[in-house]
Design a protein around this ligand. Structure first.
Ligand code: G6P
Length: 610
């Protein structure tokens, strides 16, 4: 939930660190800090607030060194104060350390160190790590050994970057349970929580494995595994470029990312449909006997990824004969769900770093399930731990509220559903071909909706001051209603509840009154009339109705106040189009309310702690 960067090379470290922190700021944004090695020793600067606040303070300090570490925080242990911000130092000021993760046994360690006379200044679990490191280093011959011992003493998850004032040519990294990637440049090296911080400098990266310790120098890196043995890790080439993580003239990343959805759709399809057939042979090495051995499909995810999974559940039920279970990872990991070898377990995660999703995967895998990751991040922990990966090709998503990756996840999951249906012969080749052809048309239809932004903004203006909303959908638009309500909550802080339209009479109807608008997804599909009846029920309680409706539906305007129009598509594909006006509705409502769009309060883009 925090962002880490580290640098050693020929540039002014403070500038590289501030630039890197801005790029990982979406991971946490309540306070930030950096430590730079200058001729005066280790200089630490911290500030509460955004990276821009830290920049103001750092500018006044004129930090000249070429080696340093930085951190942007999302508070877990200890409030949001300058003292609790990272980096933390040991009592003697020899080490400065930044941390992403949680140390579960920090109270025991703190007590042990207290007994040895160590004083603590912050309320964080992180300070314990640096104080313990100082002790271990004093008792060992070298830093890698001290770090191996340190790891053995820590329970929990951590990615660490550390500078030692006595080693001017390098810094150290340790990774267990939280992401950390090294960047290799010419006469300079980096570390960061994710590759987006490295993109302006290098595309050559090394993803550290669980338990790795690294010494990062200007000339390159040395790596030891958790047993302290020196190891070689592959260098990967990142296929994102720096322009993908810029705002490109948009006022917010979120708006840019919403507008990229046609392109994301096309790139996630690219190379995966040949001559009207779904072809995943470049991604999945599955033969007929393997595919036919699965009776169950479990799909597990969190947040927006969970809603994409719920949409896919309906498609998988329609096109395959498997038993489909969808669950949130924080529940799945503690349930007695049987995930045996007859189970294909699919883990959907934009970041590939969500702690609960990782734990759920480890559980399913240990029980014998075949594990597939659907993720946007090549080299993420999830991607490295599963049997197979199906990548979204969405490019980096910086806005904390997920938009384009929801689209990419649905595309990837639909490709999987069609592929399984055809391979298991529960979907005829002709029907699969017809559906694949409609998939190829959908990016254009997504762009038609995107071209209607002015109308959506005007409707958002009418309702932006409301305090409560009810969202309704049926069938595969019910999860879209959940996602639309989530977007509104996340960025505009308007309370929104989503229900399956048929459930409205079982409770939420009690909330309806003239000031509570109801947003209903009511495409021209087999459930159209049923949803129209729900609209009548809401209207009878004097609620204003906003509908997502299909172009050409002449009946709908007689029943509702406002309509967010989408083009016609097959019933199965409506979610791809219906979600777009809901994203834009939430975006414009939040802008009109003066909310912080890309970094909403209390949220973090990847939840790397349980
Ligand atoms: C956080 C983010 C959400 C995201 C969820 C799951 O809550 O704020 O936008 O949907 O985590 O993240 P993942 O990376 O696993 O898809």
């Amino acid at each position: 939930m925090c962002g880490i960067v580290g640098y050693v090379g020929f540039r002014k470290a403070a500038e590289v660190l501030l630039d890197g922190l801005r790029r990982v700021e979406y991971r946490g944004y309540d306070s930030a800090g950096l430590a730079v090695r200058t001729e005066k020793g280790l200089e630490i600067v911290k500030e509460v607030g955004k990276v821009s606040d830290l920049e103001q303070v750092a500018r006044g300090r004129n930090l000249t060194g070429c080696q340093g570490i930085g951190h942007t925080r999302w508070a877990t242990h200890g409030g949001v104060t300058v003292t609790n911000a990272h980096p933390h130092a040991d009592g003697a000021g020899r080490f400065a350390l930044v941390h992403n993760g949680i140390i579960e046994n920090y109270l025991d360690l703190q007590e042990e160190l207290h007994a040895k006379g160590v004083c603590f200044f912050s309320q964080t679990d992180t300070e314990v790590i640096v104080q313990l490191l100082a002790h271990l280093r004093a008792e060992t011959d070298d830093m890698p050994t001290a770090l191996t011992l340190l790891q053995q003493r820590l329970n929990g998850s951590f990615a660490l970057a550390i500078i030692d004032a006595q080693e001017p040519e390098c810094f150290y990294c340790v990774r267990r349970g939280s992401p950390l990637v090294l960047g290799l440049g010419v006469e300079e090296c980096f570390c960061a929580s994710d590759v987006s911080a490295l993109l302006p400098y290098t595309k050559n990266v090394v993803y550290l494995e669980e338990g790795d310790t690294a010494r990062v120098c200007t000339k390159g890196v040395e790596i030891w595994n958790e047993c302290g043995e020196e190891v070689c890790r592959d260098v990967a080439i990142v296929d994102w470029d720096v322009s993908m993580s810029e705002k490109d003239g948009y006022p917010h990343y979120m708006l840019k990312e919403i507008n990229e959805q046609g392109a994301v759709f096309r790139s996630t399809l690219k190379g995966r449909i040949t001559e009207g057939r779904i072809d995943l042979s470049n991604d999945l090495d599955w033969d007929a006997s393997k595919i036919n051995s699965w009776k169950n499909v479990h799909i597990v995810a969190c947040g927006t990824s969970y809603y994409a999974s719920l949409v896919a559940q309906r498609a998988l039920e329609q096109w395959t004969d498997c038993h489909i279970v969808v669950d949130v990872a924080s529940e799945y990991r503690y349930r007695r769900m049987k995930a045996d070898p007859s189970t294909l377990a699919v883990f959907v995660s934009q970041s590939g770093e969500t702690a609960d999703t990782l734990a759920a995967q480890r559980k399913a895998r240990s029980e014998g399930a075949h594990c597939l990751a659907i993720t946007n991040v090549r080299g993420s922990t999830l991607a490295r731990e599963v049997h197979d990966v199906l990548l979204l090709k969405a490019g980096p998503e910086i806005g904390v509220a997920a938009t384009k990756t929801f689209m990419g996840q649905m595309v990837a999951l639909y490709l999987l559903a069609l592929f399984l249906g055809e391979a298991r012969r529960t979907l005829s080749a002709a029907e699969a071909k017809r559906l694949a052809e409609e998939l190829l048309h959908l990016p254009y239809k997504v762009e038609i909706v995107l071209n209607r932004q002015d109308a959506i903004k005007e409707i958002a203006r009418k309702y932006a001051e409301k305090r409560n909303f009810l969202y309704l959908g049926r069938g595969n638009t019910y999860p879209v209603a959940l996602e639309g309500a989530l977007k509104l909550k996340e960025i505009s802080y308007i309370h929104a509840e989503a229900y399956a339209a048929g459930e409205m009479k079982h409770g939420p109807i009690a909330l309806l009154e003239p000031d509570v608008p109801v947003l209903v997804i009511v495409p021209r599909n087999s459930l159209y009339e049923k949803t129209l009846s729900n609209i009548q029920e809401a209207k009878a309680r004097h609620s204003a109705i906003i509908a997502v409706g299909t172009d050409g539906d002449a009946l709908l305007p007689h029943h509702v106040e406002d309509i967010l129009w989408i083009p016609w598509t097959d019933e199965e594909f409506v979610p791809f189009l219906a979600v777009v006006p809901l994203q834009l509705f939430a975006y414009h409502a939040a802008v009109l309310r003066g909310c912080e769009i890309d970094q909403p309060r209390n949220l973090a883009k990847s939840v790397t702690v349980e």
